[in-house]
Design a protein around this ligand. Structure first.
Ligand code: BDR
Ligand code: CA
Length: 303
């Protein structure tokens, strides 16, 4: 299955990209960078740095939106992912080159060239996806499926009591995407707060895969520390990797079909609520033991 990851790397994004690269079931064709965990220039640089570290050749990279719709500034979550997005690592070099297209242009082009064949996995705010829809309203008909890491059904939010971070960071874009009628799987906190990795899990990855696993282990120390500081002491959620797993193994999840809208104002802004509109498949649960083992086994196949 051809896969584009729209991403804001970001610690858990890096693991998700390494996972997708390690899975023979998935053909990773592009990364489109978005603001979120970092400024978009950093996400873009981090995406290319990781592809180089993984030896992933032929994966296109394009830079996307700098700001949420209607905003003129943006402050990344440096306390969660580190100042540069990769934990305590600074001076991340610029390697490789982008395609000439913007993220939205590349999303439209690759899906139009391969109608019905490309899954897009969006693991950051949804501005690039909404930009692609604004650029070409047929975008949603050309992709196979959009798998979103974002939102929450019964679970409380993680950036506010009501909202999950990716949806919260551009509630306008998220609303446009959920309203579009394109086929969507929403992998939100109900599933991703169950797929926890411990420091022992990361140490195993570093041992089985010194380069890729070692890098993930290193940057995840900062992320683990953030989760400890907010009272999650039994590991850190692999939010974005869980969405990658849903692209290839939806049968390992429990889904509910219902329309989703995004609250646009007030203290519940960014909440994902039920609406009378085309259905999204919302993940209520996942086989978390399977997911953790799968990810560790996949990373063990890398250098
Ligand atoms: C999401 O927000 C970011 O911090 C993570 O990378 C993930 O995509 C979790 O709410
Ligand atoms: Ca992310």
């Amino acid at each position: 299955m051809k896969l584009i990851i729209d991403t804001d790397p970001g610690v858990d994004d890096a693991l998700a990209i390494a996972l997708a690269h390690a899975m023979p079931e998935l053909e990773l064709i592009a990364l489109t960078a978005i603001f979120g965990n970092t400024f978009v220039e950093q996400s873009n640089r981090n995406a290319r740095y990781l592809l180089d570290l993984l030896g992933a050749e032929g994966v296109l990279v394009a830079e996307g939106a700098k700001l949420p719709y209607g905003a003129d500034t943006y402050e990344p979550s440096a306390w969660v992912h580190g100042k540069e997005g990769y934990g305590d690592i600074e001076d991340i070099p610029q390697v490789g080159a982008n395609t000439p297209e913007t993220a939205a242009e590349l999303l439209v082009k690759l899906t139009a060239d391969n109608p019905g064949e490309v899954t897009v996995c969006a693991i950051g705010p949804l501005t690039n996806i909404a930009d692609a829809l604004r650029l070409d309203p047929t975008f949603g008909q050309n992709l196979r499926e959009l798998v979103i890491m974002g939102g929450a059904y019964e679970c409380p939010g993680n950036i506010t009591p009501h909202a999950e971070a990716n949806i919260y960071h551009d509630a306008v874009a998220a609303e446009e995407v959920f309203a579009s009628g394109m086929p969507i799987r929403m992998v939100g906190l109900d599933a991703t707060m169950k797929t926890l990795l411990t420091s022992d899990d990361f140490a195993e990855m570093a041992e089985s895969s010194p380069k890729a696993g070692g890098f993930v282990d290193h940057i995840s120390q900062f992320y683990l520390q953030f989760y400890r500081s907010v009272g999650v002491t039994n590991g850190c959620p692999m939010h974005d990797s869980t969405a990658i797993l849903a692209c290839a193994y939806p049968d390992k999840f429990e889904w509910k079909d219902h329309g989703v809208a995004v609250v646009q104002t007030g203290e519940e802004i960014g909440d994902t609520v039920a609406a009378d509109r085309p259905n999204t498949k919302v993940a209520l649960d996942v086989d978390a033991d399977w997911a953790v083992t799968f990810v560790k086994d996949a990373i063990a196949t890398l250098d």
